[in-house]
Write a protein that binds this ligand. Structure first.
Ligand SMILES: C[S@@+](CC[C@H](N)C(=O)[O-])C[C@H]1O[C@@H](n2cnc3c(N)ncnc32)[C@H](O)[C@@H]1O
Length: 285
């Protein structure tokens, strides 16, 4: 069994606060993306499905509910995430969904050509930049010919009408980049989404499809409450790292965060972010 002490996540994967954040984020993302399979040409051919770095398991559960004939597996390094996800599979009586512990930054304990779909979402602060090439090779190896790889990553933290929210977002992005994640040359964005189609093309995937997902989290929009919680928890968790790196003083961070949360509660708070899904099909049948 893997120990989450070997994790490469920018957050503590065993934190209950992070579990709660991911439960919220997961619902918000799947909704903004138009469901678990958006962008795939069809779902008839999907019998064995794998989700890498599955977090609280929402994507796997949605996929298992939508496709009762398919077996859907999620793997994650965090015991708390996997236990929660398995408990939810049980309460939802989804016997075709299962979750286990696995470190996705190394070789994966699955046979060659065993999956029709490999899905991975929001790994920009999970996989250090030198890990992406071997991770992509593992995805290719595990897919059967004709199977699909589906990657979804946010471009950045988004753009808002609040200078404080934007400044916190910039600090967070810079801290993540300076700690070895993503390929942004200047640390101003997460630096994964813009390369995904190129990576899939280089690996020999065919029928590469790109789909952008806007997330409007303005004060009047439905995702606002989830994103408010997400931002509150995200910045709280990243504060020690950001302060330790000397990007901002402790008291200045607290003032900025208070201002950001106050701004988000204003009627005239407007905000937009984008994620990108890229899907490729492994050649052959
Ligand atoms: C941002 S969350 C993504 C959650 C999920 N994919 C989603 O879209 O809701 C990142 C997840 O990666 C997991 N993780 C971090 N390092 C990992 C590793 N080396 N191997 C497997 N999972 C890891 C964390 O525990 C966390 O659940």
């Amino acid at each position: 069994m893997e120990s989450s002490s070997s994790h490469t996540y920018v957050f503590n994967p065993e934190s209950p606060t992070e579990l709660a954040r991911l439960i919220n984020q997961d619902q918000m993302l799947t909704q903004s993306m138009g469901g678990p399979f958006s962008g795939l040409p069809d779902t008839f051919s999907l019998h064995n499905i794998l989700d890498l770095g599955c977090g609280s398991g929402g994507w796997v559960l949605d996929a298992a509910l939508a496709l009762p004939q398919a077996k859907v597996k999620g793997v994650d390094i965090s015991h708390i995430m996997v236990d929660y996800a398995n408990a939810r599979a049980q309460t939802q009586q989804l016997s075709n969904a299962s979750f286990s512990i696995m470190d996705i930054s190394g070789p994966l304990d699955f046979p060659d050509a065993g999956f029709d779909l490999v899905n991975a979402r929001a790994l920009f602060a999970v996989l250090k930049r030198e890990i992406w090439p071997s991770f992509l090779k593992e995805c290719w190896r595990m897919l059967r010919p004709g199977g699909f790889l589906r990657l979804t990553e946010p471009l950045d933290v988004g753009h808002t009408s609040s200078a404080a929210v934007n400044r916190l977002g910039a600090l967070c992005t810079q801290a993540i980049s300076q700690n070895g994640y993503g390929f942004a040359p200047d640390g101003t964005f997460f630096g994964v989404a813009h390369l995904m189609a190129h990576w899939l093309q280089e690996q020999g995937y065919q029928h590469i499809h790109k789909q952008a997902h806007p997330l409007d989290f303005s004060a009047h929009a439905d995702p606002w409450a989830n994103q408010y919680h997400n931002i509150e928890v995200l910045y709280y968790q990243l504060k020690p790292l950001i302060v330790k790196m000397g990007l901002i003083a402790d008291f200045a961070f607290d003032r900025l965060q208070q201002q950001a949360l106050a701004d988000m509660q204003r009627e005239d708070f407007f905000a937009l972010s984008f994620s990108l899904t890229v899907i490729g099909q492994k050649q052959g049948r």
